[in-house]
Design a binder for this molecule. Structure first.
Ligand code: ZN
Ligand code: ZN
Length: 251
């Protein structure tokens, strides 16, 4: 699997970078977009044609995770059929159905089709098996554990979440934990996002190989955020900060 950061800020875009969006590519060439925050479409263009996306999966329906869904669909709707092999494929968009209004908006005639992921039994999506856990957040958000069937590689993406114990088991032995870290260590047990130290502690307890901090705060020194998380995670975890177009090849 290859993971590429497209948007890394929490809340709103700034300083020439957008909000949460990641491209996850399987070895077999399946292109999955994890959340679709602001600027996702133009950032995606640096990696591939947005018409080459095979599916989108959403953690929740806050604007900083879905802001570019409309633009992505316009792109595919208006792209000339036959150009660069574009066949007008409907885009599957996976989300939870616990907000009926937001879920209904995922379907757009001839352009995209909303699919509810199975939060109880997991969902097969292309080359991936994905399981889910509801997190601590003001609206319903699902963290996802994405396992590539062929290689057994595992990426755990929190979406947005405050601290809760079960996240440690959910992230157990993952190759990568991509974690929402919107707070420095002076905050803890917040109802919406993790702190640097909390993310580090979860990564350590779960025994993950790599921790990537995302959903970054617009204020404060990000080097300090990284240092705090790194100290909490310990030496056994490789701790890294997301910046746009940074890529991680899972080994
Ligand atoms: Zn968010
Ligand atoms: Zn949120």
């Amino acid at each position: 699997m290859k993971l590429t950061a497209l948007g890394v800020w929490g809340g709103y875009p700034t300083r020439d970078a957008g909000t949460t969006s990641y491209l996850l590519q399987s070895e077999s060439g399946f292109n999955l977009l994890l959340d679709c925050g602001s600027r996702a479409v133009t950032e995606l263009e640096h990696e591939l044609q947005p018409t080459q996306l095979d599916a989108v999966i959403l953690s929740h329906y806050h604007e900083d995770h879905i802001a570019d869904l409309g633009s992505l669909r316009q792109y595919r709707q208006l792209y000339p059929l036959g150009q660069d092999g574009w066949d007008g494929m409907m885009l599957p968009i996976y989300g939870h159905r616990e907000n009926a209004y937001e879920f209904s908006k995922l379907t757009l005639d001839k352009v995209s089709e909303g699919h509810a992921y199975d939060v109880e039994n997991g969902t097969k999506l292309g080359p991936f098996d994905i399981t889910f856990i509801k997190t601590v957040h003001p609206v319903i958000n699902y963290a996802m554990r994405i396992s590539e069937r062929r290689t057994g590689q595992v990426l755990v993406y929190t979406g947005d979440t405050g601290y809760f114990e079960a996240l440690k088991d959910f992230a157990r032995d993952a190759d990568v934990l991509l974690a929402d870290v919107y707070f420095f260590k002076d905050k803890s047990k917040m109802p919406n996002h993790l702190s640097s130290v909390e993310a580090g502690e979860i990564a350590k307890a779960a025994g993950v190989k790599q921790l990537i901090l995302t959903h970054l705060p617009q204020f404060g020194d990000l080097d300090i955020l990284l240092t705090e998380a790194r100290e909490a995670a310990g030496n056994a975890v490789s701790t890294d900060l997301a910046i746009p177009h940074k890529k991680w090849q899972l080994l």
